[in-house]
Design a protein around this ligand. Structure first.
Ligand code: GAR
Length: 195
């Protein structure tokens, strides 16, 4: 059984897609033992609680500096002894120590076709703003392993999504989530759980 810890920062629709996929058998051989957020009061925490999953907050606001926050985050993750850490909309720079300890055991979902619109500064809605600004006709989402760079790790899965006339960043974000993110993140976890 693949023991997953999910890290979140916001609404948690990708987390919900994983919870639902486990419940309906799209993902097998997997349990989520904890959901950890860097932000208090986000809806992802409620989604975890509703599914009976341990929900914790490790917020930088509660620590003196980045190093002590990073240590607390890693300690909390370690307490669940995960086989896989899933960054499901986790908008925090991953500490180097964590990447070293969990080499090839951290995956991330990014809302573009890497290597387009990725790297430092490209997260959330900003990714879709940049795609629309550039005028691409196809965008999508990528699931990749996390290494020491920003969005540079080995690609596991990608799915393309059409950009349509009149799209706003929000409309495009929603389409990329529905057509790509909520599908490939569960699919990648299921692949890892059953390989
Ligand atoms: C998702 O679109 C995810 O791809 C993106 O944040 C959003 C979180 O939504 N992640 C990144 O931009 C990572 N660089 P959610 O909380 O509803 O899952």
């Amino acid at each position: 059984m693949l023991n997953v810890v999910a890290l979140v920062s916001g609404g948690g629709t990708n987390l919900q897609a994983i919870i639902d996929a486990i419940a309906n058998g799209t993902i097998t051989n997997t349990k989520i033992s904890a959901v950890i957020s860097n932000n208090y009061g986000v809806y992802a925490l409620e989604r975890a609680a509703n599914a009976g999953i341990d929900a914790k907050v490790v917020s930088p606001k509660d620590y003196e500096n980045r190093a002590t926050f990073n240590d607390a985050l890693l300690e909390t993750i370690n307490s669940y002894n995960p086989d896989l850490i899933v960054l499901a909309g986790f908008l925090v720079v991953i500490p180097e120590k964590m990447i070293e300890q969990y080499e090839n055991k951290i995956i991330n979902i990014h809302p573009s076709l890497i290597p387009s619109f990725c790297g430092t500064g490209y997260y959330g809605l900003k990714v879709h703003e940049a795609a629309l600004e550039r005028g691409v006709k196809i965008t999508g989402a990528t699931v990749h392993y996390v290494d020491k760079g920003t969005d540079t790790g080995p690609i596991i899965m990608q799915k393309a999504v059409e950009v349509k006339e009149g799209d706003t960043p929000k409309i495009l974000q929603q389409r990329v989530m529905e057509e790509a993110e909520w599908k490939i993140l569960p699919a990648a976890i299921n692949m890892i759980a059953n390989k």
